[in-house]
Design a protein around this ligand. Structure first.
Ligand code: PXP
Length: 241
């Protein structure tokens, strides 16, 4: 059965807007779990623009499902990950000026650095995924450096307009997912997935897990987090048929 990891970064963004204690991403994460989320994701950014170190430690100690910590491959983040020991780390590229993660890792260019980084995390008992663009070279490079799996970037699919462009992006995702599965890696997908566009992606049996943040948080303003998570889960299960 495919799983859903709910990213709660945007709750921390709202908290940061007033420098307040609320809303609390940890409280929302726990409600998301109760509503059917199979895991929780947060991205601890170098500039700490939303999620703070204390959130990461609190989550580790309170949540019941799979904890996925998104990080850039820096020395500081490596030491935090080894201290927190989440179930999983997803390595992402990080730029200071970006609004959100803009693209996949350039695994081939940074292969030596990433290989050591991945090995250290795996030695610490942490499952590692690399966030990559839907390209066969990136899948192969991830496997070559010893990653447990990949998260395939679905952002261009989500932004595609028109049937032909959408189909072309879907095919790239499918091909990357099929290759990843064939070579034995865990295969996740995420970024820009929402209540309208997730079904064709959810229909791909090669994908083990979906990472969804913004659309669920936005929907929760209207319906509450419980219904927002339940509805996304329904769509994922329905897409799988
Ligand atoms: N996967 C990765 C690697 C991300 O960086 C993000 C955004 O933080 C997501 C998934 C979730 O994307 P969205 O918020 O657009 O659902």
């Amino acid at each position: 059965m495919p799983t859903l990891s709910v990213n709660v970064d945007h709750i921390a963004t709202l908290r940061k807007a007033r420098g307040a204690k609320e809303p609390d991403p940890v409280a929302v994460a726990l409600r998301a779990e109760l509503s059917g989320a199979d895991g929780i994701t947060v991205h601890l950014r170098e500039d700490r623009r939303h999620i703070q170190d204390k959130d990461v430690f609190l989550l580790k100690n309170t949540m019941k499902t799979k904890f996925n910590l998104e990080l850039a491959a820096t020395k500081e983040m490596l030491s935090i990950a080894l201290e927190v020991k989440p179930d999983m780390v997803t390595l992402v590229p990080e730029k200071r000026q970006e609004l959100t993660t803009e693209g996949g890792l350039d695994v081939r260019t940074h292969a030596d650095h990433l290989k050591k980084f991945v090995a250290t995390l795996r030695d610490g008992g942490i499952h590692v995924n690399l966030f990559i663009d839907p390209a066969p070279e990136a899948v192969k490079a991830s496997h070559k450096i010893g990653s447990n799996g990949v998260e395939i970037h679905t952002g261009l699919y989500a932004e595609a307009r028109g049937e032909a462009a959408t189909e072309a992006e879907l095919k790239k995702i499918y091909d990357a997912a099929a290759l990843s599965k064939r070579i034995g890696m865990k295969t996740h997908a995420g970024h820009g997935l929402d209540y309208r566009n997730i079904v064709p992606i959810a229909a791909m049996p090669e994908i083990d897990e979906f990472a969804v943040g913004f659309s669920i948080m936005a929907r929760s303003v209207y319906t509450g987090i419980e219904e927002a998570v339940r509805e996304m889960k329904r769509l994922i299960m329905g897409g799988r048929g």
